[in-house]
Design a protein around this ligand. Structure first.
Ligand SMILES: C[S@@+](CC[C@H](N)C(=O)[O-])C[C@H]1O[C@@H](n2cnc3c(N)ncnc32)[C@H](O)[C@@H]1O
Length: 320
């Protein structure tokens, strides 16, 4: 238990498995599917079967498989969970299954521990053992897992997309392999990089325990798969983004200038009444002006962020 989740409280461990299964159900519901609707299911990196404990009805029908690199955890699971077929795999591929064996593959907190080379090798292998049209739900530490407050780590993650932190290893006494550490993924990286193997059907932030994100993938033919962003033609520069704040400010200013200056259609009395109404509305217009300026500034900020992200993507495309 401690090696799987770092926790030795059985009730918490057990309920955590139920929460992870519920999160999986919620993510599959995005495309109108449920776990029961699949014939052949694999949990890649199942630990000692925390999620399988909640999948007895699915397992009883046959077709439930689970695998992990941790031989002790698998020995326990195989002894106590008879309705699932367990196996042990190596740190690197292959898995002991034929091509296209599964129509659903999921994992909970496995790609959250792998460096990029191993991640890519496993994405290739999961593509091999998934059936054309089959779905995958893989969890990642996204930007939320770094905490709600914007930090240096967020900046590094946003820049690099894949952040493997070899120093963030679990306590040595837990007995994890030396390559097992902590990994974070930026959503843009998942869309750009993982699209080399799968079509990305959904990215669900905070899907599990409001902490890990879910990536819902589909095994499609290469032609059906949307091309990764980096393979798309370079985008034209965006002058509109740069000038947007100025345009907004101009619109706001000219709208203010128009107030009270319309042609007088009802004679001097109407003009005097309009003047009185405008004087009464003055407090409102002052607040409105403040709100308008704030809005123009926000648009400015947004335009700068969009431009910075576009420059980053352009640089990535040039790298490729
Ligand atoms: C945080 S635990 C989660 C276990 C399980 N998914 C759960 O939620 O209870 C991460 C699991 O990933 C497994 N793992 C890491 N790298 C793996 C690999 N290359 N192949 C299979 N399992 C792996 C670990 O052994 C560990 O059991």
């Amino acid at each position: 238990m401690a090696r799987v989740t770092g926790d030795t409280d059985f009730a918490r461990f057990h309920q955590g498995g139920r929460d992870a299964v519920r999160a999986l159900e919620r993510t599959l519901a995005v495309v109108g599917r449920s776990i029961e609707s699949f014939d052949s299911i694999l949990d890649f990196g199942c630990g000692c079967g925390r999620m399988q404990l909640w999948l007895e009805a699915v397992g009883a029908r046959g077709g439930l498989h689970a695998t992990d690199v941790d031989a002790d955890a698998i020995a326990w699971a195989a002894e106590h969970i008879p309705y699932c077929r367990f196996s042990v795999n190596g740190a690197d591929p292959p898995l002991p299954y034929p091509d296209g064996a599964f129509d659903l593959i999921f994992n909970q907190s496995v790609f959250t521990h792998l460096d990029e080379r191993r991640q890519d090798a496993w994405l290739t292998e999961l593509q091999r053992v998934s059936r054309p049209g089959g779905l995958l739900v893989l969890s990642v530490h996204g930007e939320w897992a770094l905490g709600d407050r914007w930090s240096e780590a967020h900046v590094r993650l946003e820049d690099s997309g894949h952040l493997f932190l070899p120093d963030m290893r679990p306590a040595p006494e837990l007995g994890h392999p030396p390559w097992y550490a902590a990994t974070y993924h930026a959503p843009w990286y998942v869309f750009e990089h993982w699209a080399r193997w799968f079509a990305i059907r959904a990215y669900v932030p905070k899907a599990v325990d409001a902490f890990q994100d879910h990536v819902l993938l589909q095994h499609t033919s290469e032609e059906q798969r949307p091309r990764p962003l980096a393979a798309r033609p370079p985008r034209a520069p965006r002058p509109v983004a740069e000038s947007a704040p100025a345009v907004v400010e101009q619109i706001v200013r000219s709208a203010h200038a128009q107030i009270g200056r319309g042609p007088s259609r009802f004679g001097p009395l109407a003009t005097a009444l309009r003047g009185a109404v405008l004087r009464l509305m003055r407090p409102y217009t002052v607040h409105q002006a403040t709100a308008d300026v704030a809005l123009a500034r926000s648009v400015d900020e947004l335009a700068r962020a969009t431009e910075a992200q576009a420059r980053r993507l352009d640089a990535l495309e040039r790298q490729d």
